[in-house]
Design a protein around this ligand. Structure first.
Ligand code: EPZ
Length: 418
């Protein structure tokens, strides 16, 4: 297992290139199950979760080729219809294979993902919604079995705007003839990227990015060529890194318009952000950042995936602020680690009170999930002295070539064998 060693406390300068979005790439790669034609997807980041998707698609019978950000999917044999526990356990997003397989074969079987370190994460919204389109849901030995004599386009209203359920249903509806209307949809930018990909495959998807998505499905879908959108969570993490560590950095190949809530909160904290069409410049405040409270909400609200690195910025603020996590019930595992670095944080339920301190100090810490891991990196770059970060396999699920990008920005970071 690898560790990161970061010697922080120095202001940053430099520029780095943002990778393709993990959370946009995952559903788009699984949407290739909707067609037997060849699909070519570019700007796919080299990450553990993408490797797991590669394994899943190959297991199901696709022939995948992957390198240098290009992912090619071909099909030469009949597909298997079962996503087994070993693959789903590694990556929850494997449940997004269900919608495409159900639509194409009227049958799918996948292992129930179970909870993870940030929450219980049930998939009831996905399953209830498949039922509305005509699927029957049964359970066997820890697996969910979906089947349908005939799927019917229809109207589905989600009880909560779940990102995964919106994506799963969009993919399923794309291969059901007629118009399906999805209501109370997630509005995350990754949903728009998926809609774009499904439209290239021949479906007619409108309204992605709003609460109501209409999908005119087709009996058959084509292959596609698509370039994945930039990763807004990686961008936000580097923005917070620069703001917390000090200095001035430029981030290239990004989409500032996907980060409005973060930009607003950072500007309130005193960070200067210059946005261009596909890049941005982040200039840290001269003194300590001002305290700003945030509440995580579905897009366009403040993203839960940036809550942990945001807390690092507030840990250095010139006063007290609150962080209220409303999306996941257990997403404060980074708080005790930050306290080991000198942060002053009290967590009560889903609220954290953060009293800023003048300086964080390097310490041995560990990661509990991708974004908690990213917070450790941001804290280490801002802290005085050496930080050793353990369990960085969590970070490797979500951040491509992280140590190289940190070096681009002037962070003294290295990956070492534990
Ligand atoms: C996606 O997860 C992202 N993952 C997550 O990214 C992100 O944190 C999350 O959306 C919220 O923005 C991918 O895109 C692969 P949800 P997803 O369904 O789809 C509850 C990262 O760090 N819920 O919108 O699983 C659920 O328990 C991550 O990259 C149900 O109750 O998120 C949670 O509390 C981790 N029943 C809330 O809704 C359901 O059937 C939001 O979940 C589905 C969800």
């Amino acid at each position: 297992m690898d560790n990161f060693i970061i010697r922080g406390g120095k202001p940053l300068s430099g520029q780095t290139v943002i990778s393709g979005s993990k959370n946009a790439a995952l559903p788009i790669l699984l949407a290739t199950l909707l067609t037997r034609e060849k699909c070519e997807i570019k700007n796919v980041p080299e990450l553990m979760d993408i490797k797991s998707t590669f394994e899943l698609l190959n297991y199901l019978g696709k022939n995948c080729f992957y390198g240098y950000g290009n992912f090619v999917v071909e099909e030469h044999t009949a597909l298997k219809l079962h996503a087994p526990y070993d693959l789903v356990r590694k990556m929850r997003a494997s449940v997004l294979a269900a919608g495409p397989l159900l639509a194409r074969y009227h049958k799918a079987r996948f292992s129930l993902p179970g909870g993870c370190s940030i929450g219980v994460r049930p998939i009831d919204i996905h399953l209830e919604s498949f039922k509305k389109l005509g699927a029957v849901v049964t359970y066997e030995k820890g697996d969910v079995l979906l089947s349908a004599k005939k799927l019917k386009a229809g109207r589905v209203k989600f009880r909560f705007p779940s990102v995964g359920a919106t994506e799963n249903l969009m993919m399923c509806a794309a291969l059901i003839e007629g118009e399906t209307v999805l209501e109370n949809c997630a509005k995350e930018p990754e949903i728009e990227d998926l809609a774009d990909a499904l439209n290239k495959m021949g479906a007619e998807v409108t309204g992605a990015g709003t609460a109501v998505i209409k999908i005119k499905g087709r009996a058959k879908l084509k292959g596609l060529k698509h370039t994945v959108m930039p990763d807004r969570i990686e961008t936000g993490t580097f923005m917070l890194l620069a703001a917390a560590a000090g200095g001035r950095v430029r981030l290239l190949n990004t989409a500032p318009k996907t980060l409005t809530a973060l930009i607003k909160a950072m500007e309130k904290a005193g960070v200067k952000i210059n946005c261009y069409k596909d890049s941005m410049e982040v200039i840290a405040p001269h003194g300590r950042p001002k305290p700003v409270s945030v509440v995580t909400r579905p897009h366009p609200g403040f993203p839960t995936d940036l809550q942990a690195p945001w807390m690092v910025l507030m840990a250095r603020a010139s006063g007290e602020s609150e962080v209220h996590e409303t999306i996941f019930e257990n997403r404060f595992m980074h708080a005790p680690e930050l306290m080991r670095m000198g942060a002053d944080i009290t967590v009560t339920g889903q609220k954290a009170v953060v009293r800023g301190v003048p300086q964080l100090l390097g310490a041995p810490v560990m990661c509990s999930d991708i974004r908690a891991g990213a917070a450790m990196v941001v804290a280490a770059a801002a802290a005085k002295g050496k930080t050793v970060i353990r369990r960085i396999y969590h970070i490797d699920r979500g951040y491509e070539h992280l140590e190289h990008k940190l070096k681009d920005l002037g962070v003294d970071a290295s990956r070492v064998k534990a």
